[in-house]
Write a protein that binds this ligand. Sequence first.
Ligand code: GTP
Ligand code: MG
Length: 495
Amino acid sequence: MHSIYLNHTGTTPKKKKPAANGDKLADSVGSLSVDEPRVKSKNLNVIAEFEKSGTKRMANFVVVGMSDHFSYVLSSRLSSVPVKPRLTYPGHVDHGKSTLMGRLLYDLKVIDQRSIDKLRKEAETIGKSSFALAWVMDETSEERSRGVTVDIATNYFETDLTRFTILDAPGHKDFIPNMISGSSQADFPVLVIDASTNSFEAGLKGQTKEHILIARSMGMQHIIVAVNKMDTIAWSKSRFDEIAKRMTAFLTEASFSEKRISFIPLAGLTGDNVVKPLDHHAADWYTGPTLLEALERIDLPPRNMTKALRLSVADVFRGDMRSPLSIAGRIDSGTVQVGDVILALPANETAVVKAIEVQDQVVDWAVAGQMPTLHLADIDPVHLRQGDIVCPPSAPVKLVKAFSSKLLAFEHVLPCPVEVFRSTLNSPGSIRTLSARLNKFTGEVVKKRPRIVKPGEVARVVVVLERELPIEEGMRVVVRERGRTVGAGVMENVA
Ligand code: GTP
Ligand code: MG
């Protein structure tokens, strides 16, 4: 287990020692030099290697859902005591995303008994014993004392067929940017909802809706809905059916197709129907898969390995002496191997890939769909940051200042300053022009130059960035204004 954002603990490959040849002054000076020895490429045909390797299929999923922001707002309004939103959460009930993922990892023996016992003890010490499983995911002390997830935690597990990467996204609205960046790296979302009445109703209006629209706008087509905390409603079939019905209506409206939605009743806290099948009299009515089985069965999007390398940088970290600079992120297309020269954009600086790790294993190459860590040489750290794109120098992404985008409006859209999100990148910008309103299904122009675009409508808009950034056709973008997501869509062309 590790979080690439918080405490990277992956093994770093050993640097080759410079040959100790002779005692001439020049040689000694040479061995003192900070230059890394050149990394040799094995010149592998990575796609052939990948096919030969029989690598398991790879699936990355993001866990979404919400903190019950509405019950929080409500209780803070009713309370005469001023509430510090970032510190106290009166009546705060979460849907149990972190707990569910902690349970999954625990039951799959990714987390050992001793670590869980330790977490349980620590949780009891501060009077939060029910959070022990959540703490498997929530690693910082801020997350633990507040009982909320702030950053995206990354964890791995594997089954006979698939290697999974879990991205546990924060549910609270303050952390939506982290959630967008997590979603941009995922193949599909697992939506966790709390089956107990009130929390579920609130969820449909709040961050859950925003998460879902963002996930769909990022191109995700399949969704697993974990109907959680079924233990609190005695595994009621009628309640489960009602949730499934209402969620289906809601998800199909957000343009998920009905046959790509799976509903799984479960309880993260007790582990029922997560890895171990249901064994409750009250739940005899359910004959479907466990969460793990549903994960195994999901169809994955095709990987664009033959296209040029596009890696979105999710994190940059300085390692130790041997490996001073490393980046982690998802490969959206193409392949990379040790010895490759890569171009970092927008800095437009090259680097050499010294070593690669995928899921904590040192490897020679990585392919689209994976989230490797690349250890780099021959580049100054100032040239790399979160949100950058790494590509081959021979096939760079163009830097653009303004682009035309097809956007699904979540809120009313007018020309205005916005924040633009592309994968892990986040930049100030503005919507300059509403070029046209489009037919949602055919993409035909319905009205040129509309004055305003309403929620649910699709429009072509021109987005201007504060500075030139690497964005190309087909990349997904999300635009937000003052903390609300106003729309999401795809980049069409340079404007
Ligand atoms: P954020 O990260 O803040 O969005 O919250 P979260 O969705 O990750 O929720 P978390 O896992 O932190 O769980 C919140 C509370 O719900 C904890 O007290 C859990 O013990 C409780 N909880 C989670 N799953 C279940 C469940 O299946 N049954 C019951 N009864 N309680 C649960
Ligand atoms: Mg959490």
